[in-house]
Design a protein around this ligand. Structure first.
Ligand SMILES: NC(=O)c1ccc[n+]([C@@H]2O[C@H](COP(=O)([O-])OP(=O)(O)OC[C@H]3O[C@@H](n4cnc5c(N)ncnc54)[C@H](OP(=O)(O)O)[C@@H]3O)[C@@H](O)[C@H]2O)c1
Length: 198
């Protein structure tokens, strides 16, 4: 399975470290183009190469690690999101003060799903800082819990399998509507909760 990462900041890099360690093939992309990622690619090692957003989206699973405000730009750069399995670690916060965006009662991932029309969205990996997400998934003889939710059962199963393979313990929080409300920062109760499954 090939993984495409859009966004090479703290969260994109932390996720890349785990999937590369597990032996996955990765294409990583950002807004500035592949040349800007040369040092990062060297630093990450493993089966990674820098690419365009289009190349990242052509992978089997896409990890969309961009800020909420950049989401509309990324969504429009790809003409067809149909059947793409997309992991959404996005928290709906807006710079400069990173207060919550106005969502009119909806979960942020419901809006992401609408923007990436036809995609199979799974919200996951959004509840930790990059430092904690990048650290070992094993602690106190157990596995760190990663919450995930979504509406497509097959996409959820693929993401659950990926979570297992990279050494975390996946906990299903339900549909996008149910789970994303629980998972999203700053309004949900799960961000920052560092659970270990024994
Ligand atoms: N930081 C946290 O504590 C934290 C915790 C949990 C979840 N999250 C969520 O995870 C996501 C990523 O956070 P982060 O801290 O990693 O952000 P970040 O450090 O600001 O990195 C964002 C990345 O997105 C890329 N990007 C922006 N516009 C793009 C575009 N049009 N096309 C392709 N790439 C684009 C940027 O590329 P360039 O650098 O080339 O512009 C950059 O590599 C956010 O939605 C955030 O809410 C963050």
């Amino acid at each position: 399975m090939k993984i495409g990462i859009i966004g090479s900041g703290g969260i994109g890099q932390a996720f890349a470290g785990h999937v590369l360690k597990a032996g996955y093939e990765v294409i990583i992309s950002n807004s500035r183009g592949a040349d800007s990622l040369a040092d990062l690619v060297k630093q990450l090692g493993g089966k990674v190469r820098a690419g365009s957003i289009v190349e990242a989206v052509a992978c089997d699973v896409i990890f969309l690690a961009v800020q909420w405000i950049h989401l509309p730009t990324v969504a429009k750069q790809i003409s067809n999101w149909t059947n793409k399995i997309v992991i959404d670690p996005i928290n709906p916060v807006v710079p400069p003060d990173y207060k919550m965006a106005e969502l009119n009662g909806r979960a942020s991932s419901e809006i992401v799903q609408e923007m990436l029309a036809g995609s199979k969205l799974v919200k996951a990996f959004n509840t930790f800082t990059p430092q904690l997400l990048g650290s070992s998934p094993e602690e106190a003889n157990g596995k760190r819990v990663i919450f995930y939710c979504g509406d497509d059962a097959s996409a959820k199963a693929i993401v659950k399998n990926l979570i297992d393979k990279i050494g975390f313990a996946g906990v299903d929080t339900g549909t996008l509507k149910e789970g994303a409300h629980l998972q999203q920062y700053p309004s949900g109760p799960l961000p920052g909760l560092n659970l270990i499954k024994l």
